[in-house]
Each structure stands twice: as structure tokens, then as C-alpha cells.
Design a protein around this ligand. Structure first.
Ligand code: HAX
Length: 453
């Protein structure tokens, strides 16, 4: 069954479940909000539903209920590959069902069919100054495709016709837009890469390669089967991280105004481009290279590294790749890449440094008493792997992250429209209002407990 039919067959039951919760328990309190949370980035406030994925603080991400190792085990793979086709993952995220090999291949064929990129998108990318950050180009290229949004066009017709697009069908056109956008991402990302760092060529999409394999081929890695597999792994593990992270939340918010998939995903990419979010992967490699340089290009001893890291942390330096707003353990997306590196590039000097930092840094961060999660996140190793395989231009890594993340963003958007979620509009307070509220209350400061198990 294709994704559209699979979603359509599940929708009546989903709508019924949501409608029952809203009708029967609409006034039930789910949680409370503290002053610290209001000023502290609405951290941990349970204000969203995401059925696409869930981040358990101690277990990490589950995509449609499946852990990262399960996703890797269960999804179909092209012959000879260690990691699954993204087509299968897209099916799982969108249709909430593990696909058969044929269903995954059908998505891959559809992407191939829709992969052609209009000329003006290349012109848009070329029109920026040469030293523009690749994430800016990526976001702009997505925006340049907005002209073709089926949803936006149908919605505009609806305004002027009585038998226009019904609200219950919004998701269908968002799904069409999503599949069309995703199909073009390897071409867009690789063109940005080739323009900035290679010969500027436009490499055609190949029907005999999957989406991840195409991406690798298009950036000149067609002859490297191991890198193609790493690309598949990278593109799967970055796809989603529930609904509250900056890119997912942004895309969801923008889409709640019924902005189409292109507008919403471009906005999501602008959030991903921030140094506390997706940009951390480029910062992380830069930081590792700086540490290496500090030690004269050699692997430091454990004691020397500990002393150096303590000094950095005590001076208030942020260590990229460590910490997380939700996770309270080593990110399983770090672990799966760590295992890949142990298997295929154990002797790589940057990986050896990644390994040593992993052994030393968590205790240093925990000793501060303020870092809530001293463990590595996905970014602590991403760059080291890419660097090993010759993708050394670290300002491109966040674009790769974005290519993958759009698999998740689009699934969130399609389901938000399918379940008829309304425009988001939380309420602001003013500081005088909070001062008045707290005037008669006893002080209740936040108690922070260091976490290291
Ligand atoms: N190094 C040094 N200090 C850190 C730290 C780190 N890696 N992580 C957190 N802290 C500090 C914070 O700066 C904060 O200090 P102040 O109170 O003095 O401001 C304190 O510890 C408490 O922060 P927290 O509550 O533990 O962390 P947050 O939830 O506020 O932030 C971040 C989570 C991921 C943004 C944070 O850990 C960080 O900036 N890490 C480094 C950047 C990074 O790796 N980002 C990528 C995260 C994964 C991701 O989204 N990828 O896209």
C-alpha cells in the first residue's frame, strides 16, 4: 500500500482518538508551568503532541516507537548495504508502519521521478555571494521551490470557490509537496556542495541508486561504497527528534498558519542553522581540530586532556557536542556512529580524540554541577566521520543534517494537517505581571542536582 492510502486508512481511528481526548478530557490538566520555565526557554513544558517520534531522556530517540538499532535492523536495505534506504524510513515516519521492501522501493522510485530541480533554484543558489553559509543557500533554495506548492495553489483556489479544497484534505496536498521537496534535497544539497567546494557540476539523479546513495554520488562519492553507507546512516539518524526541538517546533509553528511545506521547512532550516542546534556539528569538528592543534597534532594523555578541558569549562566555554535539552544519557545516535567508527576507522586520529574526550569530558562537565546532561549528543562524532571520508568542509555538515531532518519535519506537518491542528498561539505575560503574582508567594527556588551515573 502506498503512503497516501496507508495514512487515509488510519485517519478515521486517529481522528476519533484525538476527538475523544479533546471532548471528554479537554479541561484535564497535564502539567504546570513554573516561573523558571517561562524565562528558561519553556523547557520541559508539555505543550505538544508528536506521534512521529519520542525522546526518552534515558533511552534516546524512538522513531514511530522503534529505537535507532531497531530502525537499522528492521527497515529494508539495498543489496550489500549495512544501513537502510531512507525511502523506508520516510514510509515509517509518514505512514506509521514498517514498510515492505517493495513499499520502500516505491518511495525511492517516486523520489527519483520527482527529483528534477527547476533551473531558477540553481540560479537562486548562484546569486548569493560566494562565501554565503551553505545553510543560507539551502534554506533559500527550498524557499525558491515554494512557487510549486500544490497545497498553496489549491488553498488559494479554495478562497474563491465553494467547492474548493476541504480542510479534511489539506494533508493530502501537504504530502504531495513533502514528497516532491524531499525528492529534490540530494540535488539541492549536492549542488551547494559542488558549487562551493568542487567543480560546480549538477549531477543527475540515478534510478539505480537509493536517495542516500544518490546524495553520496552527487557529491563525488559514487565510488566509495563505505561512504554511501555512512551517508545512509547519517540521513536516517538525524531525521527526527520529537516535536519540541527548534527545527521541528519552528516548522510546525509556521505550518500551523497553513503556510505550505516549503515555507515551513525553510523556516525549520533557519532554526537548524543556529549554533545551539544543528550548527553544533560543524562547531564540534572545529573544536576537535583546535584541541588537536593545541596538543601539537598529537593525541594528549588522559591527564593533560582532563586539565585542558577543566580549564575550558571553568572559563565558561561551551563544549560543542555535549549536553542536551532533553537527553540525560549518551545519545544513541552518537553510539551507532561510534560503533561504525570503531569498526572502520579505529586508527583515525580525530576519532581517537573523540574517544578520549568521551572518556574524560562527562566527569568534567558533571563537576560543574550545572550541566544537566554531561554526555555526548549526536554532533560529538558526526563531523569526525565525515572528515575521515574526505568531506572536510565542515560548514556543509548542517546542510546534511537538514536534508535528513526534513524527512521528520514533513511527517509532522502532514499529520498536523491530517488531525486538523489549529494555528498555534500561546500567551505572553509581562515581568510586572509575574512580579505581582509572586509578591505574596513564599520563595521556591529551583534546586539543581548534578547528573552523572
Ligand atoms: N559545555 C559547557 N557548558 C555547558 C554545556 C556544554 N556542552 N552544556 C550545557 N552547559 C551549561 C550551559 O551553558 C548552562 O550554563 P549557564 O547556566 O551558565 O548558562 C548550564 O550548563 C545548564 O545548561 P543545560 O540546562 O544543561 O543545557 P540546556 O538545556 O540549556 O542546553 C544545549 C542544551 C544542547 C543547548 C547545551 O548543552 C549546549 O549548548 N551544548 C553545546 C552545543 C551542542 O552540542 N548543541 C547540539 C545539541 C544537539 C542538537 O540539537 N543538535 O542539533
Amino acid at each position: 500500500m502506498n503512503i497516501h492510502d496507508r495514512i487515509a486508512s488510519q485517519l478515521p481511528a486517529w481522528r476519533e482518538r484525538v476527538s475523544r481526548l479533546r471532548k471528554e478530557f479537554g479541561a484535564l490538566k497535564v502539567g504546570e508551568v513554573t516561573v523558571e520555565q517561562i524565562y528558561g526557554g519553556i523547557r520541559g513544558v508539555q505543550i505538544q503532541v508528536s506521534d512521529i517520534s519520542y525522546v526518552d531522556p534515558l533511552e534516546g530517540i524512538r522513531l514511530r516507537g522503534y529505537s535507532i538499532p531497531e530502525v537499522i535492523d528492521y527497515l529494508p536495505k539495498v543489496p550489500g548495504a549495512e544501513f537502510p534506504m531512507a525511502g523506508g524510513l520516510y514510509y515509517l515516519l509518514m505512514a506509521d508502519t514498517l514498510p515492505t521492501e517493495e513499499e520502500a522501493l516505491e518511495v525511492e522510485r517516486e523520489w527519483c521521478r520527482l527529483s528534477e530541480i527547476p533551473g531558477h533554484v540553481y540560479d537562486t543558489i548562484r546569486s548569493f555571494p560566494a562565501d554565503t553559509h551553505p545553510m543560507t543557500l539551502f534554506s533559500a533554495a527550498i524557499l525558491a521551490l515554494q512557487h510549486y506548492s500544490e497545497f498553496a495553489n489549491r488553498y488559494a483556489e479554495r478562497m474563491y470557490s465553494d467547492d474548493g479544497l476541504p480542510k479534511a484534505d489539506f494533508w493530502k496536498y501537504n504530502l504531495i509537496d513533502s514528497t516532491s521537496l524531499v525528492a529534490k534535497l540530494p540535488g539541492i544539497a549536492s549542488y551547494i556542495y559542488n558549487l562551493k567546494y568542487r567543480n560546480g557540476e549538477i549531477v543527475p539523479y540515478r534510478a539505480d541508486l537509493d536517495w542516500g546513495g544518490n546524495f553520496a554520488n552527487m557529491i563525488g562519492k559514487g565510488g566509495d561504497a563505505r561512504y554511501q553507507d555512512l551517508a545512509r546512516l547519517f540521513l536516517i539518524i538525524h531525521s527526527d527528534h520529537e516535536g519540541g526541538n527548534v527545527s521541528a517546533h519552528t516548522a510546525h509553528l509556521v505550518s500551523s498558519a497553513l503556510s505550505d511545506v516549503y515555507l515551513s521547512c525553510s523556516a525549520g532550516m533557519n532554526g537548524l542553522a543556529g549554533p545551539l542546534h544543528g550548527l553544533a556539528n560543524q562547531e564540534c569538528l572545529r573544536w576537535l581540530l583546535n584541541v588537536r592543534e593545541h596538543f601539537g597534532g598529537n593525541l594528549p594523555t588522559r591527564e593533560d586532556l582532563r586539565a585542558y578541558l577543566s580549564q575550558q569549562v571553568n572559563n565558561g566555554k561551551l563544549i560543542p557536542g555535549y549536553g542536551h535539552a532533553v537527553l540525560r544519557t549518551t545519545d544513541p545516535r552518537f553510539t551507532v556512529q561510534f560503533e561504525f567508527a570503531k569498526k572502520y576507522l579505529a586508527d583515525d586520529p580525530i576519532f581517537q580524540l573523540v574517544r578520549l574526550v568521551y572518556e574524560v569530558l562527562p566527569a568534567v562537565l558533571a563537576q560543574t554541577g550545572k550541566v544537566k546532561n554531561p554526555w555526548p549528543n549526536v554532533d560529538a562524532i558526526n563531523g569526525a566521520l565525515q572528515y575521515h571520508f574526505g568531506v572536510t568542509q565542515f560548514d556543509f555538515y548542517t546542510v546534511m543534517f537538514g536534508v535528513s531532518r526534513i524527512l521528520g519535519l514533513t511527517a509532522h506537518i502532514v499529520w498536523a494537517r491530517a488531525l486538523g491542528k489549529p494555528i498555534e498561539r500561546p500567551k505572553s505575560l509581562t515581568t510586572p505581571m509575574l512580579e505581582e503574582l509572586t509578591a505574596k508567594a513564599q520563595p521556591v527556588p529551583v534546586v539543581r542536582v548534578p547528573v552523572l551515573d
